[in-house]
Design a protein around this ligand. Structure first.
Ligand code: HEM
Length: 221
């Protein structure tokens, strides 16, 4: 078992499973955040409901942190090994269908930007200014106001656009690689899978992009 986890294939499974955890999270985070466009009270009540359910919150946060640590450390170990292999005389460059795309060759760079994004994002929102509001007689955090303030700043919006576009490439390539490393794919299914991966990545990122775009362009302050 331990040998499998240490093997290259085993580590690719680990990358896939930890990536799947985050794929589920970003889809649901994007969907919930669409309430930003619907109503401030509804969005704040939604955020309040999540943070009030402590077992759910701490459970989900622990799984996310663990998956992120495992994903990043496994990616680093695979990259180091890959670099060593490239230096050896067994290294070959693929061509034709197997040739790597720019998106796949820059997974490490995209991942690093996304990681920096997540850290800054948590500092801005989760641990950012705490405004209060009252919705239906219940006092809660006014996250909608904070989002309104942050996305009035053009520099912030630009950074989100750049990071989210990189996230789109990372998700689309990651999503199609997961199932390839699970190995149940026949050749003809691979094309369909790539389509699914791109559709998923575009839906997630277009949804996320609509949120700062709505605040910056339409809502004003
Ligand atoms: C433009 C789109 C986004 C908006 C408006 C947004 C908004 C927010 C807000 C307001 C919070 C704080 C929630 C709270 O403390 O109750 C939050 C938390 C979080 N966001 Fe985002 N987010 C966006 C995109 C993303 C993306 C793309 C990722 C990941 C790649 C992400 C990952 C997270 C994580 C991990 C948390 C912490 C969850 C927790 O610990 O409870 N967000 N986001």
């Amino acid at each position: 078992m331990f040998d499998f986890v240490k093997s290259t294939v085993g580590r690719k499974y680990i990358m896939g499973i930890s990536g799947l955890v985050w794929m589920g999270f970003v889809l649901s985070h994007m969907a919930g955040n669409m309430l930003i466009l619907v109503s401030p009270d509804l969005y704040n009540a939604y955020g309040h409901a999540i943070v009030s359910n402590k077992p759910l919150l701490y459970g989900a946060e622990s799984v996310l942190v663990l998956a992120l640590i495992v994903h990043v450390t496994t990616a680093i170990s695979l990259t180091i090994e890959n670099r060593k292999a490239k230096g050896s005389r067994y290294a070959v460059s693929a061509s034709g269908e197997k040739a790597s795309t720019l998106a796949s060759r820059t997974m490490g760079m995209q991942g690093s930007v996304v990681l920096a994004f997540i850290i800054l994002h948590l500092a801005t929102f989760k641990y950012g200014t705490h405004y209060d509001t009252v919705v239906n007689g219940v006092q809660m955090r006014d996250l909608h106001r904070l989002i309104g303030e942050v996305f009035q700043q053009p520099g912030y919006v630009l950074w989100y656009v750049v990071a989210l576009i990189l996230l789109m490439f990372h998700l689309s390539h990651g999503a199609s690689s997961i199932f390839q490393s699970f190995g149940f794919l026949e050749r003809k299914m691979q094309k369909g899978l790539r389509k699914f991966a791109w559709t998923y990545a575009i839906i997630v990122v277009a949804g996320f992009l609509s949120q700062p775009a709505y605040v910056y362009l339409l809502r004003g302050k």
